[in-house]
Design a protein around this ligand. Structure first.
Ligand code: NAP
Length: 282
């Protein structure tokens, strides 16, 4: 490995420690303890594990967590009502609807029931538009985590060619927009892209968000590039062939311990920010 590893696990700890201090300060000065409500629909075991992990992180960082569990037969209308109740509940500062919801539910309708002031996972149209326009709002957690990780390693996207492989609404699309807002020249690639390897080989920054293990081969990587692997596949394997890519990259994120921990750190941080804003006297 010749590339420098981008240690998301350490940075995530720092970000969460800062959020914890702010949470405790808020409780001391205004008597408000930040609270994240997680909504879990159906019985997908992986989703349950993710929600539990997020709740544990909340507890460890002086944030209350509330779990709303709904059965697999929940209708869109019932889910929307449950989320609207959380949006109206003054004791709840952040709302997280665990993705994916069971087939048959209109996930978009459910997301839009989240008050944007509580949208700490950055999933509403309103948050997406704010992020795209570079306005203040809550950002989609994984893309925001990627940009914070790059900042921590002094990687300035300005003027660089960033190639994002993947265009999902929670990951590929928003990360490209955040990089564009930082003055990168952004190319999006997806399943219909032709000559993918050629495009990637001209990238100064590669973000892999495909969902296919070791999909990005090391010989596609331009020497000295920054390689961000957002993929998380079974067996703790990323979307980049780490060993070969690390021979050519200047910076690379490991899997695990790169992008993954930053996602939850941003969620924790944004939950505290939401509580601060909602309890601000003005
Ligand atoms: P997704 O919704 O399935 O999107 C995958 C994207 O990859 C799509 O845009 C798809 O193109 C593109 N793609 C598929 N095959 C391709 C190919 N052969 N060539 C080029 N592009 C191709 O996945 P996602 O939710 O964005 O997640 C992507 C990965 O990130 C997964 O491994 C997931 O586990 C991981 N992830 C990690 C975190 C974290 O916290 N670390 C958070 C979210 C996701 P089309 O649009 O044309 O179909």
């Amino acid at each position: 490995v010749s590339a420098q590893l981008m240690d998301g696990a350490s940075l995530a700890k720092q970000v969460m420690a800062g959020a914890k201090e702010r949470a405790e300060e808020l409780e001391r000065t205004r008597g408000v303890k930040p609270c994240l409500a997680a909504v879990l629909v159906g019985d997908d075991p992986a989703s349950r594990t993710y929600v539990k992990m997020k709740q544990n992180r909340c507890r460890e960082h002086s944030i209350d967590s509330l779990l709303v569990e709904l059965g697999p037969d929940t209708s869109t209308g019932e889910l929307v009502k449950a989320i609207e109740a959380l949006s109206a509940n003054r004791a709840v500062h952040g709302i997280l609807l665990q993705h994916p919801v069971p087939a048959g539910i209109d996930e978009r309708a459910a997301f839009e029931a989240i008050d944007p002031a509580k949208d700490v996972d950055g999933v509403t149209f309103c948050s997406f538009a704010s992020m795209a326009f570079g306005h203040d709002g809550f950002q989609s957690c994984t893309p925001a985590g990627i940009v914070r990780l790059m900042d921590a390693y002094g990687i300035d996207p300005e003027g660089r060619h960033a190639v994002v492989i993947g265009r999902s609404p929670i990951l590929g699309k928003p990360v490209g927009m955040l990089l564009l807002n930082r003055n990168a020249t952004v190319t999006y690639c997806h399943s219909r892209t032709r000559s993918l390897a050629d495009i990637v080989s001209s990238a100064d920054i590669v973000v892999a968000a495909v969902g296919k293990p070791r999909f990005v081969s090391g010989d596609w990587i331009k020497p000295g590039a920054t390689v961000i692997d957002a993929g998380y596949n079974p067996g703790n394997v990323g979307d980049v062939d780490f060993e070969s890519a690390a021979e050519r990259a200047a910076f690379i994120t490991p899997v695990p311990g790169g992008v993954g921990p930053m996602t939850i750190a941003v969620l924790i941080d944004q939950t505290v920010t939401a509580a601060e804003r909602q309890s601000s006297p003005s």
